[in-house]
Write a protein that binds this ligand. Structure first.
Ligand SMILES: [Zn+2]
Ligand SMILES: [Zn+2]
Length: 783
């Protein structure tokens, strides 16, 4: 060691574990001739390096400049210490502690591993669990931090000597690759029938090949993936797809498909360049793509939808399932349906025995393996909108990577909403959004929700200071918050649409006042009515309701959501009074006279009919009125099908009116009367749909402008499930921009209720801070 040696302690924070960071540091230390050590700690990656000053500086520079592809560095902190005379550079065992580190999401197989997978000379040829420091499972196998093999579900597999050598060889791509494995020592695949009897060769060999043969013959096979089981079948086989629908009791809700590569996808969908990038991104989300007319994909895959949800394979097992091992006689399918392995609305099956028990009625065969899934994680769903990603379901490949907020956050849990639930934990400047939990309508989902919250608290070392919740008294997520409040935690109630708007503000980094336009199906209002067509003036702490659609009754409450024709009746009675019943509408022939009498009584007498300003329900009503969809079998179906049929090239809308008041109101009756008049004149339903959409977009522009005139605020945050409608969203942006307003939309978190937890978390944080400053000024006053 020379006289001029210095020692530096360096802490690298960010996504630096499970992405090959320590071997990278090891190689840098060799390159720069530095001694010392590196380890994973709960802070991130910590190292000490000792040697010439120029060499230390060179290494520090390279840490950010040459970082491994999947690493995300937030900060590099360097402090200098007196040299101690290290004689070598070593990777030390991990340190445990109470600080948190970012955990990598699961990463799809990398190009190097993919090459080995299909190389007959490689010792991992056709091995379905091939991975390295640049790829493989992470979030779904990690039980705790720091990220080391004993803390993952790989702990039960002991590495064989060759794997062990790679793992300890700093020049190897698998140096400290925690899930490292090979056919000799790692997890294995088996193909079994419903009674767990082996299928295929009697010795159980070539289970994937046997699975491919069965799929080609029309079978339904449950396939264990990263975050749970999929149900797979040939997407070009109408009978197989129909059979899958019947067994899953899923009538129309679209299925996602998986194809080998982008070229294959282009045979049945339009794929723009940005969409190809999303498909090929390491997160491998399901991407919504416009389908080509007349493609061989069975119509039953996504009935009534102009889009298909498509993903590329992300595990080696998926690649083998689609492409075979290169010697297979079974051709590569154009696409496989890959839908979540569950009965509709139950959580995804993750455990082998659980899958056999729960999925036996759904699946003929099970292609599964003995690497356990620590945490359930559904596929993510995304789309490209005007050149930018707009995520619809943020889950595998994205979670648990946080949304970065430019503010100091207390440790707060936001419980989320009822449908498409996600929760959010805040700490530092990070908002950790959970993976998609699902619709909290059954006990199994609620159980999964609770255990995921505990898992996140452990992984991110969060000890809660407060809990934020939706005001709806019957949400299970709200009941969970009440339990925590009963244990003494401070609880902050956040109005549903306020949370929507703040979620949009937060991910766009906008502070202060905005006009929040929150359009969705259902959200509990501050007045106890059901809101959903709201114009708010809001900041991160509070809101005032500036305008909304006039209330109409929701006949039978929940029942009206499943039966859009009920909303049509309600809106017709609102628009025309009793005269509605003598209009020559086809709708009447689809409602039993007894039910119609009942509906009239419910609406006019306000019996079991809560009031709603919901824009989602207005879409439902128009959809039913036009005969597009009178009864739905999945959430949002009536509005989606109404959007899909909107005619192109229609620019005009209907007249509308803003009634002054506090808040101002928009009468949907005017709109409904115009729709009926078009309908009776025989105007094409597609044209009526387009005119209706155009009017809603115009209303958003006009009302926002009126609010700007009153308040001087020109930023408009658009949020709520209604804005998943790209026809509406595009027109709305045009209207707002034309008026010089500044629209904000969602990109990082969903615009639907899956994004609401972020808004709740921010509102709670800001309110707590305000409260704290009030308390401290009181106590100062007391002195
Ligand atoms: Zn790899
Ligand atoms: Zn091995």
């Amino acid at each position: 060691m020379s006289e001029t040696a210095i020692r530096a302690q360096i802490v690298v924070r960010g996504v630096v574990q499970g992405v090959g960071f320590r071997p990278f540091v090891y190689r840098l230390a060799q390159e720069h001739r530095l001694n010392g050590w590196v380890l994973n700690s709960t802070q991130g990656v910590v190292m000490e390096v000792e040697g010439a000053r120029a060499a230390v500086e060179g290494l520090v520079g390279d840490l950010s400049a040459k970082a491994p592809p999947r690493a995300v560095i937030d900060r590099v902190e360097t402090s200098f210490l007196p040299p101690v005379g290290y004689s070598s550079f070593v990777i030390e065992t991990s340190q445990e502690g109470e600080e948190s580190v970012l955990i990598s999401p699961d990463i799809c197989i990398c190009p190097d591993c993919l090459r080995e997978l299909f190389d007959p000379r490689d010792r991992r040829y056709a091995y379905p669990f091939i991975n390295c420091t640049n790829c493989g499972p992470r979030f779904t196998i990690i039980g705790d931090i720091p990220y080391d093999r004993p803390k993952t579900t790989m702990r039960v597999f002991t590495m064989c000597p060759p794997c062990e050598r790679e793992y300890h060889d700093p020049s190897n791509r698998r140096f400290h690759a925690e899930p490292n494995a090979c056919p000799a020592c790692g997890p294995r695949v088996e193909l079994v029938g419903r009674e767990r009897q082996p299928v295929g060769n009697s010795d159980g060999s070539q289970p994937i090949e046997a699975g491919r043969r069965l799929l080609a013959k029309g079978a339904i096979v449950a396939v264990k993936g990263l975050g749970g089981f999929h149900l797979a079948c040939d997407a070009t086989d109408p009978q197989a797809v129909e059979e899958m629908r019947e067994r899953k009791q899923r009538i129309d809700k679209p299925f996602a498909v998986m194809s080998l590569n982008v070229e294959t996808v282009r045979r049945y969908c339009e794929v723009a360049e940005g969409e190809a990038q999303l498909l090929e991104s390491p997160a491998r989300p399901i991407v919504l793509l416009r389908r080509r007319a007349g493609s061989p994909i069975a119509a039953q895959v996504a009935p009534g939808n102009n889009y298909l949800g498509v993903m590329l394979p992300y595990t080696p097992l998926h690649y083998l399932l689609l492409a075979g091992d290169g010697q297979s006689e079974v051709p590569t399918p154009l696409a496989l349906v890959m839908t979540s392995g569950n009965m509709s609305e139950e959580p995804l099956a993750i455990d082998n025995q659980e899958a056999l028990d729960r999925l036996a009625p759904l699946s003929d065969y099970f292609l599964m393996h003995d690497r356990d899934i620590e945490l359930r994680c559904d596929d993510s769903v995304t789309r490209l909108f005007r050149g930018k990603e707009g995520i619809i379901r943020r889950s595998r490949g994205y979670a648990p990577y946080p949304v970065r907020l430019d503010m100091d956050l207390a440790e707060v849990l936001a419980c989320g909403a009822e449908l498409k639930n996600t929760f959010c934990l805040t700490k530092g400047s990070d908002a950790y959004m959970s993976q998609h939990i699902g619709d909290m309508e059954n006990y199994e989902t609620y159980t999964s929700y609770r255990s995921s919250i505990e898992h996140f608290q452990r992984l991110f070392r969060v000890s809660l200071r407060a809990v934020a919740y939706d005001l709806h008294p019957n949400y299970l997520a709200t009941q969970y918050a009440e339990e925590l409040a009963a244990e003494g935690l401070e609880a902050v109630g956040v109005q549903h649409h306020h949370a929507h708007a703040v979620s949009c503000m937060a991910e766009n980094g906008v502070r202060g006042q905005v006009i929040g336009v929150a359009f969705d199906g259902t959200g509990y209002g501050s007045d106890g009515h059901i809101w959903g067509g709201e114009f708010l003036l809001c900041d991160e702490a509070d809101f005032s309701r500036q305008a909304h659609f006039e209330y109409v009754p929701l006949p039978g409450g929940e029942a009206a959501i499943r039966k859009p024709y009920r909303m049509a009746v309600s809106h017709l009675l609102h628009a025309f009074g009793e005269e509605a019943l003598s209009l020559p509408l086809e709708l009447w022939s689809h409602i039993e006279p007894a039910e119609l009498t009942l509906l009239r009584r419910m609406v006019t007498g306000r019996v079991n009919s809560p009031l709603t300003s919901s824009c989602g329900r207005l879409f439902d009503a128009i959809s039913a009125l036009l005969g597009v969809r009178r009864v739905v079998n999945y959430e949002g179906q009536a509005a989606i099908e109404l959007e899909m049929m909107a005619a192109e090239g229609v620019e005009e809308g209907y007249p509308w009116q803003l009634t002054p008041g506090s808040p101002m109101t928009i009468d949907p009756g005017l709109l409904v009367r115009e729709v009926v008049s078009d309908l009776l004149r025989g105007v094409e339903p597609g044209v009526i749909s387009a005119r209706f959409h155009n009017t809603v977009a115009e209303i958003i522009g006009g009302v926002s402008e009126a609010i700007r005139e009153k308040t001087g605020v020109s930023k408009v945050a658009l949020s709520g499930g209604v804005f998943q409608n790209v026809y509406l969203l595009g027109r709305t942006l045009d209207h707002l921009q034309r008026r010089g307003l500044e629209p904000l939309i969602h990109h990082l978190v969903p615009t639907n209720d899956g994004g609401i937890a972020l808004g709740q978390a921010v509102v709670a944080n800001v309110r707590l801070r305000k409260e704290a400053s009030r308390v401290s000024s009181y106590s100062r006053a007391a002195l």
